[in-house]
Write a protein that binds this ligand. Structure first.
Ligand SMILES: [Zn+2]
Length: 74
């Protein structure tokens, strides 16, 4: 089971290392997100993540199948 470090203040984009807002529900910047998934898909992911957070159930990006893309980028 992979657990994200919830509560960590300094956050960086998992793709380009750019600063990501501490309040952000995603682990990457909007620029990379739209680059990888396209604007429509990216917005859908962010919306899903925000809805999950509102329920107090923050979901790690690893659970939505982003791991293969991480490998590709590193
Ligand atoms: Zn980025």
């Amino acid at each position: 089971m992979v657990e994200s470090k919830i509560g960590e203040m300094e956050r960086k984009c998992i793709y380009c290392g750019d600063h990501v807002s501490a309040e952000s529900v995603i682990d990457f910047c909007g620029k990379c997100g739209k680059d990888v998934w396209g604007e429509k898909m990216f917005n859908a992911i962010v919306q899903n993540m925000e809805e999950a957070r509102e329920k107090g159930d923050l979901v790690s990006t690893n659970t939505i199948g982003l791991t293969p893309l991480e490998r590709k980028f590193f």
